[in-house]
Design a protein around this ligand. Structure first.
Ligand SMILES: O=C(O)c1ccccc1NCC(=O)[C@H](O)[C@H](O)COP(=O)(O)O
Length: 216
């Protein structure tokens, strides 16, 4: 079975950055939206200056943020991807894409019309993250959606020739169930945390379970 890409998201302290940096994750994510995991531009700048970026791609996450504010936050920051985690419409994504150099990932929250929503971004995004929205919480909830729907999202993403990442409630104990669906990437936050901090041990367990499924 092929090995999916790994993203560790919601890093918000030097400790978290150290855990994520020492992992095999190809992508490291930072929340710029209202959240207990929110980081400032200045924090990320410092971590980048201290060598965080070597070997890793950096994802910055926004929720329905005015485009000018995204531009303001990212000026002179060497980051690779902007993850739009709210309900930003296609027109917004089109405008953002025309103004920034980073790749753009759109989060689709699993719901009855999610597949139709996904189709509206065709040709505009460089990837999708399918996540679980719980009440007013856009992400980082630790809750999974019904993974039997994963194949339909992968099929639609591949029809659009872009990768599909799965997020929401993934942890070392359930990751193998998800890997059966062969997502292009998996995105975790709560499932590798202990007392609100990323855990070296949980990341180690995650990598060990992922490796049981195939080699990188
Ligand atoms: O982490 C947050 O607090 C957060 C707040 C607002 C929007 C998105 C947020 N997090 C996104 C992620 O960290 C992940 O991409 C994804 O939602 C998976 O989270 P989890 O279920 O905790 O693994």
């Amino acid at each position: 079975m092929p090995h999916p890409l790994l993203k560790l998201c919601g890093n918000h302290s030097e400790h978290d950055v150290s855990v994520a940096s020492s992992s095999t994750a190809e992508y490291i994510g930072f929340v710029f939206a209202k959240s207990k995991r929110r980081v400032s531009r200045e924090q990320l700048q410092l971590w980048l200056q201290n060598g965080l970026k070597e070997q890793k791609k950096i994802v910055t996450l926004f929720v329905n943020e005015p485009i000018e504010e995204i531009q303001r936050q990212l000026v002179d920051l060497n980051v690779d991807i902007i993850q739009c985690h709210g309900n930003e419409p296609a027109e917004y994504i089109k405008q953002l894409k025309s103004l920034v150099k980073q790749s753009i990932w759109k989060v689709i929250h699993h719901h009855d019309n999610a597949l139709e929503t996904m189709k509206t971004y065709e040709g505009l995004v460089d990837g999708y993250v399918i996540d679980c929205k719980v009440g007013q919480q856009w992400g980082g909830t630790g809750i999974s959606f019904d993974w039997r729907f994963v194949p339909q999202y992968i099929e639609e993403g591949h029809r659009q020739h872009v990768p599909v990442w799965i997020a929401g409630g993934i942890n070392p104990n359930n990751v193998q169930n998800l890997l059966r669906y062969e997502p292009d990437g998996i995105d975790l936050s709560s499932g590798i945390e202990e007392n609100g901090r990323k855990s070296y041990e949980l990341v180690r367990q995650l990598e060990e379970r992922m490796n049981r499924n195939g080699t990188k």
